[in-house]
Design a protein around this ligand. Structure first.
Ligand SMILES: Cc1cc2nc3c(=O)[nH]c(=O)nc-3n(C[C@H](O)[C@H](O)[C@H](O)COP(=O)(O)OP(=O)(O)OC[C@H]3O[C@@H](n4cnc5c(N)ncnc54)[C@H](O)[C@@H]3O)c2cc1C
Length: 317
């Protein structure tokens, strides 16, 4: 039977890698065509733009080793340690930890991690159940099941028989809209990324050309959760107000030649947790960025890896 990991974001892929390297048979299923989840990159005329996570930071030694390997192979690059911050009081620059980016888009890093795994895309899992002592995923038996995804998405697939895991899924997550804008040329004051504080519409702007290292005139802005909530039904309608907010904050005269919105209904966890994953007696586990004190790419990586190790132990592999 083996283990079924549902979700091919970085947490699911890391969980599956741990299982595979301990000799456990594992299959990863994802409803998307490609792996990566919220480490998403969309291509425009062949050029990738990051529409989910903007960058990642590194503090854990194990993650650092993986990132250094990506860097050696040209898959990841240190982007910047300095961002701008705009607020009603004005504008300042702030230096912090190094933010990393990927020339081919962050998705390419998950693709790299998943290279040796058996991943089935375009498989939307509809039900995880337990009947007569047997776990099933869409009716097919499994030794254990991992839901590597936001709590509300995991809750949707669980049968009422699996109450322990349903009860653990408490984070409602917050929505985000990501606006991609492509301009004819660069006409803004140079910046890498900018936090936009106290604005009702957007809270973050990234210069995708500087992030990627090719200087293409592309900006990505993220909405506030409240603004996103009001546009979840028709995200395309958010393109104009988000573009207007972006142009006002950066004092830009030029209009973009393309403005496109991507909706993340479950974009970011609303809270934080001490536990790095959930694993119940019935061998259904949950991992992802919500299982951390600081939800981000690195936390999702660590959560998936920790659940994978715990499952190896539990399965006696
Ligand atoms: C707009 C935005 C900006 C962000 N910015 C940053 C940032 O700058 N830095 C940072 O570190 N982090 C950032 N993050 C967070 C980061 O993207 C996440 O922490 C990380 O990618 C989460 O990985 P995951 O594996 O936990 O979940 P996900 O990547 O969400 O993976 C879940 C997967 O499950 C699949 N799935 C869901 N339901 C089903 C189903 N029923 N059947 C089959 N498959 C299913 C989905 O298709 C998806 O691929 C951002 C996130 C967003 C949305």
């Amino acid at each position: 039977m083996g283990v079924v990991v549902v979700g091919a974001g970085i947490s699911g892929v890391m969980c599956a890698r741990e299982l595979r390297s301990a000799g456990v048979a594992v299959t990863v299923l994802d409803r998307g065509r490609v792996v990566g989840g919220r480490m998403a990159s969309k291509r425009h005329d062949g050029r990738p733009v990051d529409t989910g996570a903007s960058y990642f930071t590194v503090s854990d030694a194990a993650f650092d080793a993986v990132v250094r390997d990506w860097e050696r192979r040209g898959l990841a690059r240190p982007w910047t340690d300095t961002f701008d911050a705009y607020s009603a009081d004005g504008h300042e620059r702030k230096t912090g930890s190094m933010r990393w980016a990927a020339p081919a888009g962050l998705r390419s890093l998950v693709t790299d991690l998943a290279a040796e795994l058996q991943v089935r895309g375009q498989h939307h899992v509809g039900s995880v159940d337990r009947a007569d002592g047997t776990l099933t995923v869409d009716g097919a038996p499994a030794d254990a099941v991992v839901l590597a995804m936001p709590d509300p998405q995991a809750a949707r697939v669980l049968s009422p028989a699996l109450t322990a895991v349903s009860t653990a899924l408490t984070d409602p997550f917050q929505p985000v809209l990501a606006l991609t804008t492509i301009f004819a040329e660069r006409s803004w004051t140079p910046l890498d990324g900018a936090f936009v504080n106290d604005h009702p519409t957007i809270n973050w702007i990234a210069d995708d050309g500087r992030r990627r290292g090719d200087d293409a005139p592309v900006l990505v802005a993220h909405s506030t959760p409240d603004f996103a909530r009001h546009h979840l039904e028709d995200p395309a309608e958010a393109a104009d107000p988000m573009t207007a907010a972006l142009r006002t904050v950066l004092d830009l005269d030029a209009e973009p030649v393309l403005a496109q919105v991507h909706r993340w209904t479950f974009g970011k966890p609303a809270g934080q947790r001490e536990e790095p994953y959930f694993l119940g007696d019935d061998l259904v586990g949950v991992c992802g960025d919500a299982w951390s004190a600081k939800p981000r790419v690195e936390s999702a990586f660590l959560s998936g890896r920790a659940l994978g190790r715990a499952l190896v132990h539990r399965l006696g592999a």
